[in-house]
Ligand binder design. Structure first.
Ligand code: ZN
Length: 302
């Protein structure tokens, strides 16, 4: 199952208890899946190719109102997107009470209800990419008003969503991992949140290891280059008449460097008599390079 599919399965099972929250979630599903063109004063229609959203609306309906509803998967009405699932609610009193309950809730939304609304909207029209591949969460809105409303709700939880238009739709999306985690948290998708975080941590560890390996390779490269420069300087010096005049401590270091081109500074220090620390070795090698330069060795190597 896709990552989105798993989140939605989890969200279908997540039912918050207060009636106001249940109504807010119904309001969201109705906003995204209400089939206004088929509706009248006596009929409400929820229709979507997304069975989970329709099923959740039905569950919430039976919890918030005590009524008989006709829930059927419309297996006859295939269209090019596949089967649509329909939920029809009939009777003018019933329809009227549901519509007004939903309206009142969305007009006075507390924080708990805003979470429920975002959950309903995601269930109806949302998706998240597999975090292994990329970080992307989106909710496809029917129009700009819907997108702005939803963006406002997300912003009340400090989640900044951006909007792009795709064909006739307004797509609200979130691109960074932290904001996606926050959105999952707001919706109450806690299992999905843990999955997402685990993947994110593993991915970042892999990146850190790669970065470290690259960095170490670069450092080794620098050490090799430095040793090569020292060896060039020493070879030049050895060909000069004045090489013999150098102090014996420097000549010893010069010969060690030439004999052990791959040795580290610490290893050269251990081979010296008496043994030297790294800074002592470094000091002598620098003196040798300075001597080469004072005898006219051109370091630019042109
Ligand atoms: Zn609430």
């Amino acid at each position: 199952m896709s990552f989105s599919g798993k989140i939605k399965e989890e969200l279908v099972r997540t039912v918050t208890l207060p009636r106001h929250c249940q109504l807010a979630e119904m309001a969201a599903i109705y906003d995204f899946c209400g089939k206004k063109s088929e509706e009248s004063d006596e009929k409400m229609v929820i229709s979507s190719e997304n069975e989970l959203a329709v099923r959740k609306f039905f569950t919430l309906l039976t919890k918030t109102f005590n009524m008989n509803t006709a829930f059927k998967a419309n297996t006859k009405g295939y269209d090019k997107w596949g089967a649509n699932y329909h939920l029809e609610i009939t009777g003018s009193d019933t329809v009227d009470s549901i519509r007004s309950a939903i309206r009142v809730t969305t007009e006075t939304m507390r924080s708990c209800c805003r979470r429920a609304y975002i959950r309903g909207a995601f269930l109806a029209a949302g998706s998240v990419s597999d975090p292994e591949k990329s970080y992307h969460l989106e909710i496809v809105c029917q129009d700009e008003r819907q997108a702005l409303f939803l963006a406002g709700l997300l912003l009340s939880f400090e989640i900044e969503a951006k909007t792009i238009t795709r064909k006739k739709y307004f797509v609200l999306y979130v691109k960074d991992g932290t904001s996606i985690v926050e959105t999952l948290n707001v919706m109450g998708a806690h299992v999905a949140l843990m999955d997402f975080e685990n993947t994110r941590i593993l991915k970042e560890m892999r990146n850190t290891v790669n970065r470290k390996v690259n960095c170490e390779t670069a450092n080794i490269g620098k050490t090799v280059m430095a040793a090569q420069r020292q060896i060039d300087d020493i070879r030049f010096l050895m060909e000069c008449d004045s090489y013999d005049e150098l102090p014996s401590s420097l000549k010893e270091m010069a010969e060690l460097r030439i004999s052990y081109p791959e040795a580290t500074l610490a290893e050269l220090g251990q081979m010296s008599t008496p043994p030297l620390g790294k800074s002592g070795v470094n000091h002598r090698l620098r003196k040798l390079s300075q001597a080469a330069r004072s005898y006219g060795f051109d370091v630019s190597g042109s």
